[in-house]
Design a protein around this ligand. Structure first.
Ligand SMILES: Cc1cc2nc3c(=O)[nH]c(=O)nc-3n(C[C@H](O)[C@H](O)[C@H](O)COP(=O)(O)O)c2cc1C
Length: 240
């Protein structure tokens, strides 16, 4: 049978994005974020049918998921892609760990090295895009945002103090993107009070006013632009 464009391969169950039993409340390095649920763990069923929801309920649900995603390496929204514009005008996309999500301020936060290409890009052009796709839920989230880099300030200090020592290790290594002759060894885990990497550490806040959501359904895909500038939020239905 011929499948429609984007038609889901498995039409029946749509798993939830959150696996509450596995939620942990600690900061994780991205190495730690890569462990996944056991393959035999059943997914709770979640319905991402936007037609049966409202802009307000959809924002509440998405923001709750993103809050949970920032605290759990097991959450399917834990690893967004952030896209910046390089100095040559080419877009640059890479994975980061979602470290904090603030629904009231509409901010998504990640940590990075001030020597990285993305910081150079953001300093020059703060307009960025965040992207997630969860195949098992057939949900795409796109967020255009304005990024602000915090380094050496209170915000950076709070983020640094809350981060795991293993996550801090990379900030004393070679700058991201440095050409090397051989693959580097993993940096050693610093002591809890070792502040050596702090001067290279940045917490980046991405502030946004709208989201583009797409959910795939055999009966018809659903796409909306959710506008958060007013309360309650509104949405515009869009052709998928
Ligand atoms: C699963 C995963 C998580 C990552 N998390 C981060 C992160 O939180 N912060 C970060 O700066 N880089 C992270 N990285 C590395 C980036 O994707 C990227 O390779 C690196 O930051 C250099 O990017 P840039 O040169 O474009 O700035 C992660 C990579 C993977 C695969």
């Amino acid at each position: 049978m011929e499948r429609k464009p984007f038609a889901p391969a498995v039409p029946s169950k749509i798993p939830d994005l959150r696996r509450a039993r596995f939620v942990t409340r600690r900061w994780q390095s991205y190495d730690e974020s890569m462990d996944r649920l056991p393959a035999d763990e059943p997914d709770p069923v979640a319905n991402w049918d936007l037609a049966g929801s409202s802009p307000e309920a959809t924002w509440e649900r998405i923001s709750n998921e993103l809050v949970a995603a920032a605290s759990s390496g097991k959450h399917l929204l834990h690893l967004p892609t952030i896209v910046t514009v390089g100095p040559d005008g080419f877009p640059q996309a890479r994975t980061v760990v979602l470290r904090y999500f603030d629904p009231a301020r509409r901010e998504a936060w990640f940590h990075t090295d001030i020597r990285s290409g993305k910081v150079t890009d953001i300093t020059r052009e703060p307009r960025v895009a965040l992207h997630w796709y969860v195949p098992s839920s057939r949900l795409q989230i796109r967020i255009p945002a304005i990024a602000t880099v915090h380094t050496g300030d209170e915000r950076a200090r709070a983020a640094w103090n809350g981060s795991a020592t293993m996550s801090r290790a990379c900030y004393t290594a070679d700058a991201p993107g440095t050409p090397l002759d051989t693959f580097p060894r993993a940096p050693r885990q610093p002591a809890v009070d070792d502040d050596a990497g702090f001067e290279m550490f940045a917490a980046v806040g991405c502030q946004f006013d709208e989201l583009d959501l797409l959910t795939l359904h055999a009966a018809g895909h659903q796409r909306v632009r959710l506008d958060l500038r007013q309360t309650p939020p509104t949405w515009q239905i869009l052709a998928p």
